[in-house]
Design a binder for this molecule. Structure first.
Ligand code: HEC
Length: 201
């Protein structure tokens, strides 16, 4: 914090006054300018409150034919005591390593040109995740150009978007390690039906 009165005190101290006259004037201008901008910063209105974590608590609050949802109604994983995962987490593991692994590295742990999704998914919630995968993302601010392609037209991804999401969510929460899940629940009827509807004949 820098008050104008503190600055003027600094200026009147013997140390600063030892400088020759022109340098003094430059110093005076610089210190006063710094103070004014600092004061202005502190006088600014309070920023908007930080939004609640978009990721939310991953704990399963409900389920529907083998698909699990958190308290916000977003898809989540279920892993029992013997490390058996729900069908969708297992399916997501396979789909991720079929369509995304080439850039994001084995099991999402990142590469030199695409981010570590086991970190990203700690802060990217379900809605943002869907938006990025459907529409792609391009970081124009970095020296190298980073391009996440859009998968909106790719059925191998779109038909399994929730599967990929819950798998990565489990990876980010460190409850699913690298590699194939040890065991999984049977494929639910709903998953078979949705897959047929989505992928077509
Ligand atoms: C051709 C390489 C490539 C493929 C394939 C790819 N990505 Fe990406 N992805 C990227 C790059 C590069 C970025 C960083 C873009 C940026 O920072 O603007 C990215 C960013 C992301 C992000 C945002 C991460 C963050 O921290 O901002 C998510 C989520 C993501 N990808 C998910 C996926 C999923 C899911 C798939 C598979 C369906 C996939 N990606 C396939 C290259 C790829």
């Amino acid at each position: 914090m820098c008050e104008l009165s503190d600055c003027l005190e600094t200026l009147s101290s013997g140390y600063v006054l030892k400088f020759p006259e022109p340098i003094m004037r430059i110093l005076l201008a610089a210190v006063v300018a710094a103070c004014i901008s600092a004061t202005a910063t502190f006088a600014a209105p309070d920023p908007a409150p930080v939004a609640a974590n978009p990721v939310g608590d991953p704990k399963a609050a409900s389920s529907d034919d083998g698909k699990y949802f958190d308290a916000n109604g977003n898809p989540t994983y279920s892993i029992d005591k013997s490390d058996r995962v729900d069908w969708y987490t297992f399916s997501g593991y396979r789909r991720f390593n079929g369509s995304c692994e080439v850039c994001h590295g084995f099991d999402g742990s990142g590469s030199s040109f695409a981010p570590d999704l086991t970190q990203s998914l700690k802060t990217i919630g379900y809605n943002d995740f869907q938006n990025i995968v459907v529409n792609g993302k391009q970081d124009v601010n970095t020296a190298q150009s980073l391009v996440m392609p859009s998968f909106g037209e790719n059925k191998n991804v779109m038909c399994y978007l929730d599967d990929i999401y819950v798998y990565l969510r489990a990876r980010a929460d460190r409850v699913q390690g690298s590699g194939r899940p040890a065991a999984h629940e049977d494929k639910p009827k709903t998953a078979i039906q949705n897959e047929n509807d989505c992928m077509g004949p």
